[in-house]
Design a protein. Structure first.
Length: 143
C-alpha cells in the first residue's frame, strides 16, 4: 500500500526498525528542545502530513522503552489518524515519570501503525444472544 506523505521535518521518513516490527518510529520535529516535567502534557510536532486511503487509519502508540524507562506515554493511550485528516501529525505525550524529560529534534517519540478497519451498520434489536460469560466483566474470568 502506498500512503502519501509530506515531510517538512528533514528527518528520515517513519520506518520499521526490524523485520518483525508492526510500528514505524515517529521522530520529533521541534526547533528548540522540549522539556516535559512530571505530570505535564504537550504536543510534539513531527513535521509530517499524511494522506491515508479511505478504509484505513493511522494509530499512534507509545514506545515501550520510553514508557518503562522514563514514564513517557501518550495522553490518550492510542491516537487515531482518520483518513480525512490533513493536518500535521503531532503526538500528545505525558510524563508519568519522576524526572523532567528532554526531547530534541529527531528523537524517536512514538510509533505509527497503519491498519484497515470496517465500517458497520447498526441493527437495533430488543435483546442480544446469551453466552456463558453473560454480563461478567472487569475481572470476572480471573486475575
Amino acid at each position: 500500500m502506498n500512503i502519501k506523505i509530506v515531510n517538512k521535518s528533514n528527518n528520515p521518513l517513519p520506518s520499521y526498525q526490524t523485520l518483525g516490527s508492526s510500528g514505524m518510529d515517529l521522530l520529533s520535529n521541534n526547533e528548540t528542545e522540549i522539556i516535559v516535567n512530571p505530570m505535564e502534557r504537550t504536543l510534539v510536532p513531527t513535521g509530517i502530513y499524511l494522506e491515508i486511503p479511505v478504509g484505513y487509519e493511522g494509530q499512534v502508540r507509545a514506545r515501550s522503552g520510553l514508557s518503562i524507562k522514563n514514564g513517557i506515554t501518550l495522553v490518550n493511550c492510542v491516537g487515531t489518524i482518520d483518513s480525512d485528516y490533513r493536518g500535521e501529525l503531532r503526538v500528545p505525550i505525558i510524563n508519568l515519570g519522576s524526572e523532567p524529560f528532554k526531547i530534541v529534534k529527531g528523537d524517536r517519540i512514538a510509533q505509527l501503525i497503519i491498519t484497515k478497519y470496517e465500517r458497520i451498520s447498526w441493527d437495533q434489536v430488543d435483546s442480544v444472544d446469551e453466552t456463558d460469560r453473560g454480563s461478567g466483566g472487569f475481572g470476572s474470568t480471573g486475575v
